[in-house]
Design a binder for this molecule. Structure first.
Ligand SMILES: [Zn+2]
Ligand SMILES: [Zn+2]
Length: 121
């Protein structure tokens, strides 16, 4: 019953301890290795964005997200993501997370048969 005890939620998982553990394992750096569609070839195949660094064009700071490491798991509903163990999570920068999520959703959609016959032009 303490209204002051609600911390600011840095992570979509709502668990800052887990978020910090994921960030520590990632050395505070985005762990995307191409799931977003970029090769990140200039940075040894891994995204170079680090938490708290300034972005050149947006002016804000990079805020990494703790999210499923496997892009397919990015499509899970929040409560299932929250149940994933730490070793299934990775640090994502918002740009990679968004792009990887979009890519995974497209792949999932493409893998399913069309809901309706595609007979209309
Ligand atoms: Zn990234
Ligand atoms: Zn990326």
């Amino acid at each position: 019953m303490d209204p002051v005890s609600a911390p600011a939620r840095l992570a979509p998982l709502g668990d800052t301890g887990l978020w910090q553990a994921v960030m520590a394992a990632a050395s505070g750096r985005c762990q995307c290795r191409g799931a977003c569609g970029k090769s990140h070839a200039k940075h040894e195949g891994r995204c170079e964005r680090e938490h708290g660094t300034h972005r050149t064009h947006a002016g804000g700071q990079v805020r990494l997200i703790a999210a499923p490491a496997d892009p397919a798991d990015l499509l899970l509903p929040d409560h299932q993501v929250a149940a994933l163990p730490k070793n299934r999570l990775a640090a994502w920068c918002p740009a990679c997370h968004h792009a990887a999520h979009t890519t995974a959703r497209k792949a999932a959609t493409a893998a399913q048969p069309p809901a309706e016959p595609d007979a209309l032009f």
